[in-house]
Design a protein around this ligand. Structure first.
Ligand code: 5GP
Ligand code: ZN
Length: 111
């Protein structure tokens, strides 16, 4: 089972910030900003490249909760939401996840 599936099942501990039947948000173990949260579907989807009409509902479920999570973190001045995909995107965990980064002025570089 993949690392984030194990976190979803509670077999590996995480610091949860939001959970419902479809999605889980938890703090990144190696934060790259004062707020660095990972938001994942509970269902295993390998990456953004595996999103289909059949499974995309969970992506809107994640995006619908982003404003609430950002507000709870006090990210009044904005934030960055991103997903790394595949080898060139430097995706290290092969379970779809969105990074929510904020709490400071982030770098302008994206690539
Ligand atoms: P990626 O590089 O795939 O876009 O992001 C994977 C993220 O998962 C990294 O930011 C990394 O710090 C985080 N990560 C890796 N292992 C763990 C873990 O066991 N627990 C938590 N909370 N985050 C992890
Ligand atoms: Zn998984």
């Amino acid at each position: 089972m993949c690392l984030f599936c194990q976190i979803v099942k509670g077999e590996i501990p995480s610091t949860k910030v939001y959970e419902d039947e479809k999605i889980l948000a938890f703090r990144d173990i190696n934060p790259q900003a004062p707020t660095h949260i990972l938001i994942v579907p509970k269902e295993h989807i390998s990456s953004a490249d595996e999103i289909t009409p059949e499974n995309s509902g969970v992506v809107s479920a994640i995006f619908e909760k982003v404003p609430q999570i950002a507000r709870a973190e006090g990210l009044k001045n904005g934030y960055r939401l991103l997903t790394n995909c595949g080898e060139d995107g430097c995706q290290s965990v092969k379970h779809l996840h969105f990074h929510l980064l904020g709490g400071k002025k982030l770098t302008e570089r994206m690539g």
